[in-house]
Design a protein around this ligand. Structure first.
Ligand code: SF4
Length: 362
């Protein structure tokens, strides 16, 4: 299974009677969808040429939003039963309004407004209310929500969290043999696979690639939105540099939350998961909290530096990175800032900067 089989997989699930939802970045309660027989198919970086979306979006909108809208315009989502737009950032919100209010797809659109930091007592109640409202509105598509199925979905999600934690820990200790690209290929299959299928692949991957030896390759921490462009992962592999850990919005910042508490009400367990996630620019987290999170990764993995790979025009990241870079510099941790477009090649100048940075790390 790889991402090229994505549509085939989703259509096979549809044939089995499940509903398919196109879900835009980044955080949403996937356990709720699984429990209602809805398969979330996340839309981050479809491999498309952008043409039609440019007419609907301002020039300063990031390529993730541009590609998501292009997918809708080109009719490649015609088989989905609904769209879900989490309130991740202004650009996603902007796209959600354009698609829902002006483009009028025949597909129903749903919105999920999660609270931003700083969190206070009412934030938790607000999140719970959003969760229940979403569950109520999704009943039109999936099966009515059954508490035992939601608990089952939470157990499966916890198994995935445990497996991901093992993968990340082994990699950070140098006890994992995969290339950078292979690592993200496998974890990103969770963007559309049902949990049972992803669990099996993760288990196989861990068994195949874990090694007792400690690797001696140089390593860095990758921060940013997504492990894309692939050319960046390949370049690091070519330079024999391992990504020891990451601070990516579509990876550790949402995947490495501690397992959910199965002894409490399942809605509360899902809400707690959101508030226990690592700090993130799209949640308005405090900068020093984010810096601490990244510095811990550097310390625990022995990485020699941090690469901030910012998706061009990503406002939430652009607000945080200059301060993060200064805080890392105060601690003597070297960093490199790249601004890239997803699915694009690296420019010659960017390649030179990456090579110089890696050489400087020694
Ligand atoms: S890349 Fe940044 S601006 Fe674009 S959708 Fe993601 S968080 Fe929003």
């Amino acid at each position: 299974m790889d991402s090229s089989n994505r549509k085939e997989y989703l259509l096979s699930q549809k044939n089995k009677g499940k509903a398919i939802f196109g879900v835009f970045p980044a955080q949403y309660p996937k356990e709720l969808l699984w429990a209602m027989d809805i398969v979330p198919a996340e839309i981050w970086d479809p491999p498309l040429q952008i043409s039609g979306a440019n007419a609907h979006l301002q020039s300063y909108i990031c390529s993730i939003v541009r590609l998501g809208m292009e997918l809708v315009i080109q009719g490649k989502c015609d088989f989905v039963d609904g769209f879900l737009f989490p309130h991740t950032c202004d650009s996603i919100q902007n796209m959600a309004s354009v698609i829902n209010d002006y483009m009028g797809p025949n597909t129903p659109c749903y919105f999920f407004y999660h609270p931003k930091a700083p969190y206070s007592g009412p934030s938790f109640k607000y999140y719970l209310a959003q969760l229940r409202e979403l569950a109520g509105s999704l009943q039109h598509h999936g099966h009515p929500l059954d508490e035992s199925r939601l608990r089952q979905a939470i157990e499966l999600s916890n198994t995935i969290s445990q497996l991901l934690k093992t993968l990340y820990t082994n990699r950070s200790r140098g006890q994992f043999r995969s290339s950078n690209r292979e690592f993200y290929d496998v974890i990103r299959l969770g963007e559309f696979l049902l949990p049972e299928d992803h669990i099996q692949l993760l288990e196989n991957f861990i068994n195949e690639k874990t090694t007792p030896e400690t690797g001696s390759r140089s390593s860095v921490i990758l921060s940013g939105v997504i492990a894309n462009p692939l050319a960046l992962l390949d370049k690091l592999d070519e330079l024999e540099v391992t990504i020891a850990n990451d601070d990516l919005i579509n990876a550790s910042r949402r995947l490495l939350a501690p397992p959910m508490d199965t002894s409490v009400d399942p809605f509360e367990a899902i809400a707690q998961k959101y508030f226990n996630m690592p700090p993130c620019s799209t949640k308005g987290s405090n900068i020093s909290e984010r810096a601490k999170y990244i510095m811990n990764m550097v310390e625990q993995s022995g990485a020699k530096g941090v690469i901030f790979n910012i998706v061009k025009s990503c406002e939430p990241e652009l607000f945080d990175v200059p301060n993060l870079q200064s805080l890392l510099k105060e601690k003597g941790i070297p960093s490199l800032v790249l601004d890239t477009e997803v699915n694009q090649a690296l420019s010659g100048q960017m390649v030179t900067r990456i090579e110089a940075f890696v050489e400087m790390l020694g």
